[in-house]
Design a protein around this ligand. Structure first.
Ligand code: 5GP
Length: 190
């Protein structure tokens, strides 16, 4: 998605540990025009699929899920994050290792918002090791809902998440795939 790639090139900052900072339009300040285009693009990438719900994880995924759900005419749900020690009697939880914080936490969705048979599209801002996405897939499976696919805004193609998901047979659509990232440059996959 060309406008997204241009924004990454002009505004993205490369931090240590292969972290790309895109706070100017996706992770802190939000650009509604770009988010609108992202929602439309995901709708286009998954055209022909029946989608009942868009699922993400707080916080950065929420805006992407809302704009995508708006484009699809469905509801968005975000999994909430809790310390790994928390216990839930109801709903669905999965353990996730945070890429940016290197800590383990739980993600949780109330059973009222993820139902058996619902066709779910997962979206998130970044794909690195695939922990967040696999945690969300886990929630979909626990709910006996049906996974349509995973839509990612920025996939770091040099990290293993994309392969992990695709090898699990998941339909992954990434709007920008970074092939390599060094201290002061990055390249997109063709
Ligand atoms: P994964 O779970 O695939 O290892 O990492 C994806 C999650 O970690 C995303 O939800 C995102 O919030 C965060 N993340 C991973 N890599 C980056 C990055 O380079 N930049 C930012 N801003 N977040 C990242």
């Amino acid at each position: 998605m060309e406008p997204l790639k241009q924004r990454i090139l002009s505004e993205g900052k490369i931090l240590p540990n292969a972290v790309l900072k895109v706070d100017g339009f996706l992770n802190h300040q939000l650009d509604p025009q770009l988010l609108d285009a992202i929602g439309e693009e995901f709708t286009h990438r998954f055209v022909g699929e029946r989608i009942d719900k868009v699922l993400t994880v707080e916080a950065s995924g929420i805006a992407i899920a809302v704009f995508t759900a708006k484009a699809l005419g469905v509801k968005a749900v975000f999994a909430k994050k809790f310390p790994a020690s928390k216990h839930f009697d109801q709903g669905y939880s999965a353990q996730v290792i945070s890429y940016t914080k290197q800590t383990t936490h739980l993600i949780h969705v109330d059973g009222a918002y993820l139902k058996p048979g619902e066709r779910v599209l997962i979206v998130d801002d970044f794909l690195a090791n695939g922990e967040a996405a696999m945690g969300l897939v886990n929630l979909v499976n626990q709910a006996q809902a049906e996974l349509v696919g995973v839509g990612i805004v920025i996939e770091k193609g040099f990290q293993p998440g994309g392969q992990r998901l695709r090898e699990a047979g998941i339909h992954v659509e990434s709007l920008a795939i970074i092939a390599q990232m060094s201290e002061n440059s990055l390249d997109f996959a063709p």
